[in-house]
Design a binder for this molecule. Structure first.
Ligand code: B3K
Ligand code: ZN
Length: 879
């Protein structure tokens, strides 16, 4: 484990490296306990007139066994080597350096560099894992052409893969064999990959638009090939889509994906050899939910799209991470929107953004989409860099329009293919292609915090005008107290009494273009003429800007928009706002020992939505889902009491279900009739709606029996997991719940990925017993502290998905938090640091819980020898 040195890296300190490595030859002789790595690097000085500076290569925990310069042993006086640096004191202008190191994959529990997962050798190098394999200029602006030779025991590893195209393989006798791979595209070290093991394959082919034939392979555990069929289908659809929508073709003869079961995150876009967490590859109706299918489609697409946005054009330095990540998330969002329902996809994206990015932006870990400093880059693979980064690209498209956006993308590819680029390069391509000035817009990359837009409206019936007073503000964030004014594109509509958008004759006060108000100043007064009747104002349609809105509006306008807004996102938003406001008021009343008190209009609207066949089922399912407990807490902002919020939410579900019992029962029964399983969006939508209805109806008497029947009659994992959640969360002490949990365990006990759902559902079960449940489950034979998926499903679900259980008033959840994180950190600092963000919103809690949470954080902070990963998160959280 690399302990914290406290070193801070700054964007303004970027300097190009003195040396380049145009070619890299790697040779691996694999063995679990002593893998020999020989690297021969062709190195040359960047500036031939410059003085010979020492060459300093990065390492991390390396053991050097030999060094040669131009093939001759290097005299000891000419270099120095430690486990984390190799220094050649006075290198010639151009030379070849051969370094031999020995590494121990079987002991690599951090899962960075070369490690073993279920007996398979695999690698993870982004961001700085390559230096755990060999000494190198391990930075993204050093692009090199790689040749890789892999040698292994044929029985242990019949399959030998690396980046690029296969060029040679053969037998070495004594049960050993080898393969050589050559990747003609210069790439940074973080994209290096190697896999060796015994795996099954699903093979297919793809012919690109220009007729290049590509051999596709998805490698999975033997016997699981059938579960990779959906991933293969998603891959081929992604390849076609990128050609059609972005004009991007694949460029190698092969494209391989390998699924492994021990992986720190979702997947990795290594050139020609993507390595995936098997959770994002394996799916069939028996074992995966509709959400799993959708995630697989999105992650397969995301990693594939990186081939152009990330690999062909990479990042100059790690501060530019959003250059590849935000853009590639935007691309995978667009892909899923085209494959499924655009409106439903957009609502889901915004829910995710608000659940993950908003609390980050509003708490102690806030940072700009392009950060200016970091201590540990692994901690910057955040919702801000990814999701807000994607929103920023989406706003560029809104501002430029679809055609100029595409022209800008084309120019970006044309100018920077084969280079390591910056956000400035990216923005310049759009400015040059469109003639727009994006100077003010660029603040979205540089300034942290979620802007707030507040709006009031006034209608003058005699003058037939509608005036909007709009004001923007950006709250202070850590180390940025003063903020500059942003360019915020707010899409809007004025909805008339007949439910249609009113055509206004002109608008002044701000640049209003194609239904978008462009805020650039602190205050805008926008007047629309020719507006005879007072409209309901629909703002931030399609969530055109990632902001919070404070709108002074009559309650009946929200109800009206929830029924009539022509923009599906805003229609969903209107009902969501109605419910959020009702829940906040109810939780306050509950704290005062009063009845929650909901308006019958809410139940009526919910009933109307459930029955409205003009709306897609998936949309209705989303609309009928009340905001989650964390969403409500975020809106309340301070002095949070999770128990009151939970009680209010349960009361709302019951209130709506009671008022609509018959209607919901009818729809629930009707939706039960389906044909054979299909993972497509429409079928998934029907299941989602039926499961949301179950969630409501299960609050009524006989709820446990109904959920139990749902569970027992389920023919797919979506329905089974939904019923199990209702039982374990709402009716935990019933025999039905106990039986369902036991049945599930019996059926799927051997399937770790499926058991993750069983762990996650129980860890998220609300109430004071959750702490004990989680401790008990941590001793379950199917649980393992070494596997990141298990950790996320048990502890991640508890810390981030169980508001009442984790935030138990006596602080027992926080004690478990500190104990667990310190324990995990010993083997895997990266995963420990990620889980530790579970307390980032501790300052919003009510005072007693806040103090207990602080004590747990301080206990972690005062532990000696913390990793850079964990101490960075904890110190920023406490700052
Ligand atoms: N680029 C990887 C993430 C690597 C995370 C390193 N700590 C996956 C992705 O975003 O596609
Ligand atoms: Zn990515």
């Amino acid at each position: 484990m690399r302990t914290d040195t406290g070193q801070v890296f700054r964007l303004e300190d970027y300097r190009p490296s003195d040396y380049l490595i145009p070619r890299t030859e790697l040779s691996f002789v694999l063995s679990p306990d002593a893998t020999q790595v020989t690297a021969t690097l062709a190195i040359r000085r960047r500036d031939q007139r410059a003085q010979a500076a020492p060459l300093v290569l990065d390492g991390d925990g390396l053991d050097l066994r030999g060094a040669w310069l131009d093939g001759k042993p290097l005299p000891e006086a000419d270099y120095s080597a430690t486990s984390d640096k190799f220094i050649l004191h006075s290198p010639p202008e151009e030379f070849s350096l051969t370094l031999e190191t020995v590494i121990v994959p079987s002991k690599n529990t951090a899962l960075m560099g070369l490690y073993r997962s279920n007996g398979v050798y695999c690698t993870q190098c982004e961001a700085e894992g390559f230096r755990r394999i060999t000494y190198f200029l391990d930075r993204p602006d050093i692009l090199s052409v790689y040749t890789v030779r892999v040698e292994a025991d044929r029985k242990e590893a019949p399959l030998l893969l690396s980046n690029g195209n296969p060029v040679e393989n053969g037998d070495l006798g004594g049960g050993r064999h080898y393969a050589v791979w050559y990747d003609p595209f210069p790439k940074p070290s973080y994209l290096f990959a190697l896999v060796a093991g015994d795996l099954g394959v699903v093979a297919d082919r793809f012919v690109t638009a220009s007729g290049r034939e590509v051999a596709l392979g998805i490698y999975v555990e033997h016997g699981k090939q059938a579960r990779a069929a959906y991933a293969m289908d998603a891959l081929k659809r992604s390849m076609t889509w990128d050609e059609e929508v972005f004009g991007r073709e694949y460029d190698l003869d092969v494209f391989n994906i390998v699924a492994v079961s021990d992986f720190n995150m979702g997947a990795m876009e290594n050139k020609g050899l993507n390595i995936f967490n098997d959770k994002y590859v394996l799916a069939d109706e028996e074992t995966a939910t509709d959400a799993d299918f959708a995630n697989i489609e999105a992650v397969i697409a995301h990693e594939y799209f990186h081939n152009w946005t990330g690999n062909r054009i990479t990042c100059r330095d790690w501060f530019q991470l959003c250059l590849k990540e935000g853009l590639t998330v935007y691309r995978d969002h667009e892909f899923s929107a085209d494959q499924r329902s655009r409106a439903v996809k957009r609502i889901a994206e915004v829910r995710t953004l608000r659940a993950h990015q908003f609390p980050e932006d509003q708490g102690p870990l806030a940072h700009p989409v392009r950060p200016r400093r970091y201590r540990e880059i692994n901690n910057f693979y955040t919702a801000t860099v990814y999701e807000k980064g994607s929103e920023v690209v989406r706003m560029i498209r809104t501002i430029l329009g679809a055609e100029d956006f595409r022209r800008g993308m084309d120019l970006y590819f044309e100018r920077h293919d084969g280079e390591a680029a910056t956000i400035e390069d990216f923005l310049k391509a759009f400015e040059d292609a469109s003639g727009h000035d994006l100077t003010q817009f660029a603040l979205w990359y540089h300034q942290a915090g979620t802007p707030n837009v507040s709006v009031t409206s006034s209608h003058d019936a005699i003058a037939k005008t509608l005036t909007l007073q709009i004001e923007q503000s950006v709250p202070p964030t850590p180390s940025e107290s003063r903020k500059r004014l942003m360019h915020i594109p707010i899409a809007f509509g004025l909805v008339g009494p007949d439910g249609r958008d009113i055509a206004y004759s002109d608008a002044d006060g701000a640049a209003v273009e194609n239904g978008v108000i462009h805020l650039r100043k602190r205050k805008h007064s926008v007047r629309f003429s020719g507006v005879a009747e007072r409209p309901a104002v629909s703002l931030n349609r399609g969530f055109s800007a990632p902001v919070t809105l404070s709108v002074e509006q009559r309650a009946e306008d929200q109800f009206f928009l929830a029924r009539h807004d022509g923009d599906a996102f805003s229609r969903w938003q209107a009902f969501n706002t109605v419910m959020t406001e009702a829940l906040i008021a109810a939780s306050r009343r509950i704290l005062d020992n009063r009845e929650p008190g909901f308006s019958p209009a809410i139940a009526e609207l919910a009933g109307a939505i459930a029955d409205d066949e003009s709306l897609e089922e998936a949309f209705r399912a989303l609309a009928l889902t009340p905001p989650g407990e964390a969403d409500i807490a975020r809106e309340i902002g301070t002095n949070i009491d999770p128990d009151a919020i939970f009680a209010a939410r349960e009361a709302l579900l019951r209130f709506v279900a009671r008022a609509n019992a018959e209607r919901f029962q009818g729809a629930y029964g009707h939706l039960a009739k389906t044909g054979p399983f299909s993972p497509d969006a429409a079928s998934a939508g029907r299941r989602a709606l039926r499961n949301v209805l179950l969630d409501h109806l299960s609050t009524l008497p006989e709820g446990a029996r109904m959920a139990s029947e749902h569970f027992l009659s389920a023919t797919n994992m979506t329905d089974r997991a939904a019923a199990l959640t209702v039982l374990a969360h709402r009716h935990p002490s019933t025999p039905e719940a106990g039986k369902a949990l036991a049945d599930f365990e019996k059926t799927f006990g051997e399937d770790a990925l499926v058991m993750d759902k069983w762990f996650a559902i129980q860890a998220a079960a609300p109430g004071p017993h959750a702490v004990e449940t989680v401790k008990r489950l941590a001793r379950h034979p199917g649980f393992s502290l070494g596997n990141p998926n298990r950790l996320r499903s048990l502890f991640g679900s508890f810390f981030s998905g169980n508001q009442t259980g984790f935030h138990r008033a006596d602080g027992a959840g926080y004690t478990l938090f500190a104990d667990t994180i310190l324990d995990i950190e010993k083997r895997n600092p990266q995963v420990a640091a990620r889980l530790a963000t579970g307390l980032r919103s501790w300052r919003s809690l009510e005072p007693k819980r806040q103090e207990l949470a602080r004590q747990a954080l301080v206990r972690i902070a005062s532990t000696t020898g913390l990793s850079a990963d964990l101490s960075d998160i904890i110190e920023r959280t406490l700052a």
